[in-house]
Design a protein around this ligand. Structure first.
Ligand code: SF4
Length: 349
């Protein structure tokens, strides 16, 4: 079914983290405001450097990610970042704090065309327990985000729960209902659904519920059968072995070679690492030379002490550390074509 609708191709994208500042407390996220992590917000030049490194790898689809902090990640800042990349990047998506439609209009005018917003959990009780401080406590405001983005002109929308909070079957039924609603009401946009599971991060949050590899495969197949035209996204949260196996089961979009910390691709911003207390920067922190990444690193090692600083703290630990080229080669070996660019502004009527 996937090959009939999408061809035998896998689209590739990379996340570019702009900032790990955040005013929310989300129990499952390393960027939570109460975690004593090393933070940084990239300057425009640093964003350009990071994007250039990704472009050199071949990517033409980029996802700009940032925590929610209006002081550091303002609409104006995001607009400038998008405008700085627009000429070189045919696909610019954002995964940032939910906004009003008017703000989204500014970002679309600057060149953004995709918006990703995870509801995290569709269970209101669990949602309330997981979001203990900050504007993200408002469940409905978040749930209605894709519609505000659509009204502003985003042509690609991405949704998902974060599996590991409420029961996965409940989340699956809810995300299906949400997707069905969006397909009827935001029908001009292309919709994607991600299948993201909780990963180790600062704060040492442990998943509340379990979804195994077998259930994840079942979920992907069920979503494909129910929504033949919806893109299904698989991130580097999953291991290489599992990603290789899931790839032919309905996946259309994969991230590769990802870093989940600002400056992860070039070391940009390393000299201005700091901690943030109640919106105030505490620091600066003197960074040490980078250390090699350790696979299977324990969650407690994430909130590194300032004197051991080598880089901004990542949002979560990725599981597939293969380079983008290695993933592209694997896609080819499986008989698929890796697609780094799937859109050109000239195609817009
Ligand atoms: S999930 Fe988003 S809003 Fe919540 S702490 Fe992490 S970055 Fe902030």
């Amino acid at each position: 079914m996937t090959q009939q609708r999408f061809g035998k191709v896998i689209r590739l994208f990379a996340p570019l983290y702009l900032s790990n500042e955040c005013i929310n407390n989300c129990q499952y996220c390393g960027f939570s405001r109460d975690n004593p992590i090393l933070r940084v917000t990239l300057s425009l030049d640093e964003v350009r450097r990071e994007a250039a490194a990704l472009r050199k790898q071949g990517f033409r689809n980029i996802l700009l990610v940032a925590g929610e902090h209006p002081k550091f990640v303002s609409v104006n800042y995001l607009r400038e970042c998008i405008a700085a990349l627009h000429a070189d990047w045919p696909g610019v998506s954002i995964e940032v704090a939910p906004m009003e439609t008017e703000a989204y209009c500014e970002l679309v005018a600057a060149g953004a065309d995709g918006l990703v917003v995870y509801q995290e959990t569709y269970d209101r009780k669990v949602y309330a327990a997981m979001h203990t401080a900050g504007p993200k406590r408002n469940f409905d405001w978040r749930l209605e985000t894709p519609e505000r983005a659509y009204a502003a002109g985003f042509r690609r929308l991405g949704i998902s729960p974060l599996y590991g909070l409420a029961d996965w079957r409940y989340e699956a039924i809810c995300v299906a209902a949400h997707a069905d609603y969006l397909l009827r009401n935001c029908w001009k946009a292309a919709l994607t659904i991600s299948t993201v599971r909780i990963r180790p991060c600062a704060g040492e949050f442990q998943p509340l519920t379990h979804i195994g590899d077998r259930e994840l495969a079942q979920l992907i197949c069920a979503l494909r059968i129910m929504f033949p035209d919806v893109g299904l996204v698989l991130s580097t949260r999953e291991s290489p072995k599992l990603r290789n196996g899931l790839l032919p089961l309905g996946i259309t979009l994969m991230s590769a070679g990802s870093h989940t910390e600002p400056g992860g691709y070039t070391g940009a911003g390393r000299e201005k690492l700091h901690q943030t207390v109640r919106g105030r920067i505490v620091g600066p922190v003197i960074p040490l030379p980078p250390k090699p990444r350790i696979s299977g690193q324990g969650a407690s090692e994430w909130a590194s002490a300032p004197e051991n600083a080598t880089a901004a703290t990542a949002q979560f630990q990725i599981a597939d550390e293969r380079s983008s080229q290695e993933v592209a080669d694997l896609i080819k070996r499986l008989g698929y074509e890796p697609v780094w660019k799937d859109w050109d502004a000239a195609l817009t009527a």
